[in-house]
Design a protein around this ligand. Structure first.
Ligand code: HPA
Length: 283
């Protein structure tokens, strides 16, 4: 495995390293999670409503990429929400931190190897539709991978999934139908559309946003897509939500500002959290 081009030229994670991190996480978990949830900006509040929480800092896992943001170390949290056994990930890994996509998706592979059946990915994103407002939530129907790379580069592990996985239905239709039904029942406004993932860390230029609109994107961010690809590869059902934290560059009347993006996420987070509380028992 370590003789291949990518293994020698980039920090491609090896199967043995991933398996050793997975067995460490599995050995520490005091229960069996059914649903994994990656918390995007603004969704940290979900950790507060987790019952019987068990925190596992990612720094305890071998080969886990260290956090590049001081004070924001990654943590897995096991517990129950609305009676459902969930495994939360706080502090996802981004490609713009300088990590290879195989490192970016490590937490997803670990959750899959720990037996989750369903993965809920959440993120903060820029909205490309001028009729949308910051604070609204978009159900991800499909995605554009604009990383010019795949988290599946390198030797395929047949036991995890096929060499050429189908990406026709990355975001599970049954889960999306359940999400739409719960939104309808609870009068929750749910937009839907295509999420484009760019490497970042710079926000897009107005010209890039025009290009993304032509390509069919409704929201843009810097995460989620590599994670969704790997989950799909491993046969985990995926559901994704984008919290529209701002209108994208050139659509927004003002330049983008990271602090405002984070604040919009924090302001809208509680509504998404209460919606997820209604949704979890239904999936
Ligand atoms: N662009 C890219 N990523 C983002 C944005 C954006 O406008 N907002 C939040 N994350």
């Amino acid at each position: 495995m370590d003789d291949c081009f990518y293994c020698r030229n980039v920090l491609l994670m090896l199967k043995e390293e991933i398996e050793s991190a997975a067995s460490s996480l599995k050995g520490q978990l005091s229960g069996q999670p059914r649903i994994g949830i990656v918390l995007g900006s603004g969704l940290g509040g979900l950790t507060e409503i987790l019952e019987n929480p068990q925190a596992i800092p990612t720094s305890t896992l071998p080969h886990y990429p260290p956090s590049t943001v001081e004070g924001h170390e990654g943590t897995f949290l096991l517990g129950q929400i609305a009676g459902v056994e969930v495994l939360l990930l706080k502090g996802r890994i981004h490609a713009y931190e300088g990590y290879d996509l195989s490192q970016v998706v490590l937490p997803i592979r670990l959750m899959a190897l720990c037996g989750i059946e369903t993965l809920i990915l959440t993120n903060a994103a820029g909205g490309l539709n001028s009729a949308w407002s910051p604070g609204e939530i978009m159900l991800i129907e499909d995605h554009l991978n604009l990383h010019h790379a795949s988290p599946l580069y390198g030797p395929n592990v047949e036991a995890w999934g096929p060499r050429f996985p189908d990406m026709t239905g990355v975001y599970d239709q049954d889960l999306r139908s359940a999400a739409e039904a719960v939104a309808k029942e609870t009068n929750y406004v749910l937009r839907r559309g295509v999420y484009a993932s760019c490497p970042g860390p710079q926000y897009e230029t107005p010209a890039e946003i025009k290009m993304l609109r032509v390509l069919g994107a409704d929201a843009v961010g810097m995460s989620t897509v590599p994670e969704a690809i790997v989950a799909r590869h491993m046969g985990v059902r995926v559901l994704g939500f984008s919290l529209i934290s701002n209108l994208a560059a050139g659509i927004s009347p003002t330049p983008l500002n990271h602090e405002e993006v984070v604040q919009a996420g924090l302001d809208a987070g509680p509504r998404l959290i209460s919606y997820l509380l209604d949704l979890l028992p239904k999936i």
